[in-house]
Design a protein around this ligand. Structure first.
Ligand SMILES: Cc1cc2nc3c(=O)[nH]c(=O)nc-3n(C[C@H](O)[C@H](O)[C@H](O)COP(=O)(O)OP(=O)(O)OC[C@H]3O[C@@H](n4cnc5c(N)ncnc54)[C@H](O)[C@@H]3O)c2cc1C
Length: 802
């Protein structure tokens, strides 16, 4: 065994093997994989081996496509069979909602290059005789689904990596890790010491334990999962292999296994395995069967696929595998822990393992994952994702694996966890809450006396008319929204301004001013968008997306700010309240001594001032696009601030509004938002943020690439559309058509109540950006859409500026 390597990958499951292979593919040969037992000894060996391209997140779907296409490559290089059975796969719908979901999935597939065919139940029964069509409305056929041999795939990755120079050492457990002052790692193993410049935690079932060795509690939990294999069905003999199938209503998946059927289920009575510590002596073991637990699913299976009730069960497998709270992998570097990478929580190793390996290897070798992997980035979880939170969320996620997650649906597990000081005030006003980073925030307000609950649907919900009233209140007089759920960083010190100038693409504003500032990576792609609030010469409050706090902190640290600047995350220290609407100035003026006139406190001003008795930071800006103010106070003052504004606001018919109304109003102004319009796959000029990129202010990260984008023009452009929708608006990820061809995708959509139009924002190929007529496919119907040449509400921006 080598004792000094560039990278030590810990874990020889499908994920570790894929990372190893991709590192060698990118030219890093001095790499070592350490495996506690034999390759595949965690959850990999007993997997059912199913592979799918469909995923709710288009970026993850792309990586799943990549994974499946990779198998031919590693078979060719290694000579090791992956046991590929590309049977094609069916997603079966037994309800109207599921049929709608399938239509939306099919539509998304159009710009992902997927050929998904929508079929009726009768059509399906001809190619899938096992099912009784009376239980189904239809389904989707995906020609590149199927199953593989889990061990074959893992060995093919491993052999391909070995042929390129990697070393694999089996029967060697890593027992401890210590970091040297130069950031490299000393690993203790059962076979002696290894020194590695970098380590990758691909420990699968033991990823938590490998995290704990360096003081990290990773939000992963293993769940028990059962599948059974039936006796042979004689009618399969001499026939082409059965298609893979998922029956969502039955919450089961099926495929052929030799002459029988393999049937697995994500049962609602989900059971975690080893919730606190994974035993090191767990080998290629299985867990005791518990068919009782999956009996409800089996009953449905026997109705939907009657032949299965007539054959015996040959074998039952119950094995554990790991999940993160949202079911997506956890990959990437850890902020504050140099040279330590994770690739764990991969619940669909045979659909996602290749994409995970590629992204992580890209990140390690090139400094960037090379794709938009936000949905899988380990940085999306903060300290709030405790072990108990993870336990509750993973159980919820597992038991809902085959259930629809509606776009307006808020899940209930682990709530409420975090609340702001005015939570009970908002609750008393009948707020319907959503959860974001574990924090409760108001989505909209139900009428007093009614149950504060939103019906989940793909169409307009019972919130629609109430959100309309909230928007009207803002546009006609004044509304109040809580804004605590933003990320905030206090940047102070002698080098605060010079450091911000280097990491942000816009100029740091003068004292007393605000500036919108995109953040770019070296490739000139958007990795953040912030409001910079200059409180004093050496003190700037940086406000951005809370969910990306860990992601930003990691980037800030990598930019080497030096000793003369302090970057302090303070999201929950500063609570926020924003008021917006034509009467917001008159309302606030009653509470402050400062002159708030447009001359004295114009648009984009920012100042410390007392609001009543309360010391506050006040900025003149509003995401509603109306006259408005964002008020930040330390959390201990928020209740008093709220009470004061509510009482004083009575004279102006002040009304509370929530996140749904805010979203509608920012769409009326064609304002983009992080994670929807602004993501690392887009450049700032493509995203319409060019006016916030100051190429003349001196050097900053991403400047060269941004200048090139400006000169060359981007590949695509963000456009705004007015859509002739029915009773469902675009929500995001729908295809955009021009002349019957798919030319782009929607990033967000909704109803603009103040303008009486269904609106959407989305990207189209640059050559289509000046066209007028488009269509957006909403739940299977192509809806005509017209490109808006200016924001539908207050196009000149007079209201926010006057
Ligand atoms: C019953 C069942 C059915 C499944 N069906 C499917 C399916 O159809 N399709 C699909 O895509 N996925 C399926 N899965 C999930 C799939 O198995 C996982 O996604 C995949 O195995 C995860 O691989 P991994 O490499 O992350 O983890 P693991 O397979 O757990 O690998 C981790 C490896 O790290 C090693 N290790 C840990 N700690 C150390 C240490 N300290 N030192 C050295 N080595 C260490 C372990 O020995 C192990 O070999 C199924 C899982 C189960 C249980």
């Amino acid at each position: 065994m080598k004792t000094n390597v560039r990278v030590a990958v810990i874990g020889g499951g499908v994920v570790g093997a894929s990372v190893l292979y991709h590192l060698t593919k990118l030219g890093w040969k001095d790499v070592l994989l350490l495996e506690r037992a034999e390759l595949t000894s965690g959850s990999t060996w007993h997997a059912a081996g199913g592979m799918h391209t469909v995923n709710g997140d288009p970026n993850v779907a792309r990586l799943q496509q990549y994974t499946i296409k990779l198998y031919e490559e590693i078979e060719r290089i290694s000579g090791q069979s992956c046991g590929m059975h590309v049977t094609g796969g069916l997603l079966l719908a037994g309800s109207r909602e599921r049929m709608d979901w399938l239509k939306m999935t099919q539509a998304r597939g159009r710009y992902l290059g997927m050929e998904l065919e929508l079929l009726t139940a009768q059509e399906i029964s001809k190619i899938y005789p096992l099912m009784d069509p009376k239980h189904f409305l239809g389904g989707i056929l995906d020609p590149i689904e199927g199953h593989i041999d889990p061990s074959g795939v893992t060995l093919a990755y491993a052999k391909s990596a070995q042929l390129a120079g990697a070393e694999i050492v089996r029967q060697t457990r890593v027992t401890d890790m210590q970091q040297r002052s130069d950031g490299s790692w000393d690993l203790s193993t059962t076979q002696g010491k290894v020194h590695a410049e970098q380590v990758v935690n691909a420990g699968g079932l033991w990823a938590r334990e490998l995290g704990r060795m360096v003081g990290l509690e990773l939000p992963v939990l293993a769940m028990e999962h059962q599948y059974l294999i039936t006796e042979d069905l004689p009618e399969f003999r001499g026939q082409p292999e059965l298609l893979h199938a998922i029956d969502f209503e039955g919450e089961i998946y099926l495929r052929q296994e030799r002459g029988g059927v393999l049937l697995g289920t994500y049962e609602r009575a989900a059971v975690p395995w080893s919730p606190k510590v994974t035993p090191w002596d767990f080998g290629q073991d299985l867990l005791p069967n518990d068919l009782e637990r999956i009996a409800p699913s089996l009953e449905v299976a026997f109705q939907h696929f009657p032949r299965l009730g007539e054959v015996g069960v040959r074998r039952v497998v119950n094995g554990p595998f790991t999940f993160a709270p949202d079911g997506n992998p956890l990959i990437g570097p850890i902020a504050g822990l140099r040279n330590y990478w994770v690739a764990c929580g991969v619940m669909a190793g045979f659909s996602q393992g290749g994409g995970v390996g590629l992204s992580l290897a890209n990140w390690m070798v090139e400094g960037d994952p090379g794709a938009d992997i936000w949905a899988m980035d380990v940085a999306r979880y903060g300290d709030w994702a405790t072990r108990s939170y993870t336990n509750a969320k993973v159980r919820e996620n597992y038991s809902r694996r085959f259930r629809i997650r509606f776009p307006n649906e808020e899940l209930e597990a682990a709530r409420p966890l975090r609340t702001s000081p005015i939570y009970d005030r908002l609750q008393a006003e009948n707020a319907v809450f959503g959860e974001y980073c574990g924090l409760e925030h108001a989505l909209w307000f139900a009428p007093k006396g009614s149950e504060p609950r939103e019906e989940v649907t793909f169409h307009r919900s019972n919130a629609h008319t109430h959100v309309a009233a909230e928007c009207r209140a803002v546009r006609e007089s004044v509304g109040l929204i809580e804004t605590t759920n933003y990320g905030k960083f206090e940047v102070t010190g002698k080098d605060a301004v010079s450091w911000l100038s280097r990491v942000m693409a816009n100029k740091v504003p003068a004292v007393g001013r605000l500036a919108l500032a995109p953040m770019l990576n070296d490739r000139g792609r958007l990795i953040g968008d912030f409001t910079l609030c200059r409180v004093a010469e050496e003190r700037i409050l940086v406000v951005g997306t809370y969910a990306a706090e860990g992601y930003y902190l990691r980037w800030f640290a990598a930019s080497e700010p030096g000793n003369e600047v302090s970057i302090r995350p303070c999201a929950m220290e500063y609570a926020g309240i924003s008021i917006a609407g034509p009467n917001s100035r008159a309302l606030l003026q009653q509470l402050v001594d400062e002159d708030l006139s447009n001359e004295a406190f114009p648009f984009m001003s920012f100042r410390s001032m007392d609001v009543g008795l309360i010391p506050a930071l006040v900025g003149r800006v509003s995401f509603t696009g109306d006259l408005g103010y964002e008020i930040w106070v330390t959390s201990d003052y928020q209740r008093e601030l709220y009470d004061l504004l509510m009482t004083t606001g009575r004279a102006f018919d002040l009304r509370l509004f929530g996140g749904r109304a805010l979203n509608a109003m920012r769409l009326e102004k064609s304002f983009g938002t992080w994670a929807r319009e602004f993501r690392p796959i887009y450049g700032p000029y493509e995203a319409g943020l060019g006016r916030f990129i100051d190429l003349n202010k001196g050097e900053f990260i991403g400047r060269t690439a941004a200048a090139a984008e400006k000169q060359r023009g981007g590949e695509r452009k963000l456009i705004a559309l007015s859509v002739q929708a029915g009773d469902a608006d675009a929500i995001g990820d729908e295809p955009i058509y021009h002349d019957n061809s798919v030319v782009g995708w929607v990033t967000s959509g909704g109803y603009g109540h103040s303008v009486g139009q269904s609106l959407a924002l989305g990207y189209v190929g640059i050559k289509h950006a000046d066209n007028t007529n488009f269509a957006v496919e909403i739940i299977g119907e192509r809806r005509p859409a017209v490109r808006l040449t200016q924001p539908p509400f207050d196009p000149a921006g007079a209201r926010m500026r006057s």
